[in-house]
Design a protein. Structure first.
Length: 115
C-alpha cells in the first residue's frame, strides 16, 4: 500500500494550492479518503473527508467554503483544492485511506502560507 502526496509549497495569504494523493496497492474505490493536517506543536486534525464513491464529503469548520475535496477513482487519486489560504493553514498535510482492511497514511506534504 502506498499513498503519495504532492502539491504542497509556499503560497501567499489569499492564494491557492491543489494537493494530490496518488494511491496504489489497494482497491481505491472501496475506501473512504481524507485529508488531515498537523501544524507545529499541534495535534493532527481532520480537514476533509470523502466517501468511496465521492457522493458524500465532510469539512472542518475552519476550511468550509475555502477547501474542496474530490476524487478520481479511475486515477486512484484524491485531491484537495485549497483557496483563500490563511497563515493558520500552514501545516503538513496528510492523506488517509480508511476502509475494511484498515487505515493507511501518506508521508505528508508541507504547506506554508506566508507573505
Amino acid at each position: 500500500v502506498q499513498l503519495v502526496e504532492s502539491g504542497g509549497g509556499l503560497v501567499q495569504p489569499g492564494g491557492s494550492l491543489r494537493l494530490s494523493c496518488a494511491a496504489s496497492g489497494f482497491t481505491f474505490s472501496s475506501y473512504g479518503m481524507s485529508w488531515h493536517r498537523q501544524a507545529p506543536g499541534k495535534e493532527r486534525e481532520l480537514v476533509a473527508s470523502i466517501s468511496p464513491t465521492g457522493s458524500n464529503s465532510h469539512y472542518a469548520d475552519s476550511v468550509k467554503g475555502r477547501f474542496t475535496i474530490s476524487r478520481d477513482n479511475a486515477r486512484n487519486t484524491v485531491y484537495l483544492q485549497m483557496n483563500m489560504l490563511k497563515p493558520e493553514d500552514t501545516a503538513v498535510y496528510y492523506c488517509k485511506a480508511w476502509g475494511g482492511t484498515g487505515n493507511y497514511w501518506g508521508q505528508g506534504t508541507p504547506v506554508t502560507v506566508s507573505s
